[in-house]
Unconditional design. Structure first.
Length: 215
């Protein structure tokens, strides 16, 4: 069977990311929404390079990635662009969240945020995670949905779950960071969970209308 084929008749969908943590989250969310898809990471396609993130919004970057990957692998692609917006930092890091700082690691990025906020009181540490999720099949019109999660930046990192800025982000109504939540708790309230639940509805409608695409 080729990599572009489907398993037991299920449509294969490639996540436009080599971040295995993100790919796992997306697969879990789509599965919870009842979509019977074979979700695989782009890590299985080492020859496919993601396009540079040159968009001015999360949605523009997400659309560019799924269009590129769908065309490159010849089957449906799903992906997102997401990031952290900190009000006291003027919305930084925003669309540059994955490239914030110079360390190239999640810990380096979130510790840079903590350093920039070290003089800010709790009342001025409001922030949000924002996500734009997208789906495309080769040559098809792209589906897009967005989600946000409001919260605050913790004084210190806590928790070992999740990835990215999760250890320093406390969702609204919670005392724990995203990294301290169970996967189920996180999916229920996260920006990515909200965006992909909305996207799942669009995908279901798209597939029901006969737009299964390649794979």
């Amino acid at each position: 069977m080729s990599r572009q084929g489907a398993v037991r008749g299920r449509q294969r969908v490639v996540v436009a990311s080599r971040n295995r943590g993100k790919a796992g989250e997306i697969a879990g969310i789509l599965g919870d929404e009842g979509l019977d898809l074979e979700v695989v990471s782009l890590a299985g396609f080492p020859e496919v390079e993601l396009p540079p993130e040159t968009g001015e919004t999360f949605a523009e970057n997400a659309v560019a990635k799924v269009r590129w990957v769908a065309g490159a692998v010849g089957c449906a692609a799903v992906g997102d662009d997401s990031g952290l917006e900190v009000d006291a930092l003027g919305g930084t890091p925003g669309i540059f969240s994955a490239r914030f700082g110079t360390s190239g690691t999640d810990e380096g990025r979130y510790r840079k945020v903590l350093g920039l906020l070290r003089e800010e009181p709790a009342a001025r540490r409001h922030a949000r995670f924002r996500c734009a999720a997208a789906y495309a099949t080769p040559g098809s019109e792209v589906l897009v949905a967005e989600g946000t999660c409001e919260g605050t930046i913790a004084l210190q990192p806590a928790g070992c779950g999740g990835f990215g800025y999760d250890p320093i982000f406390v969702p609204e109504g919670e005392t724990r960071t995203m990294a301290q939540l169970t996967p189920e708790e996180k999916h229920a309230i996260s920006h990515r969970g909200r965006a992909f639940r909305e996207l799942a509805k669009l995908i279901r409608k798209h597939l029901g209308a006969g737009g299964a695409g390649s794979g």
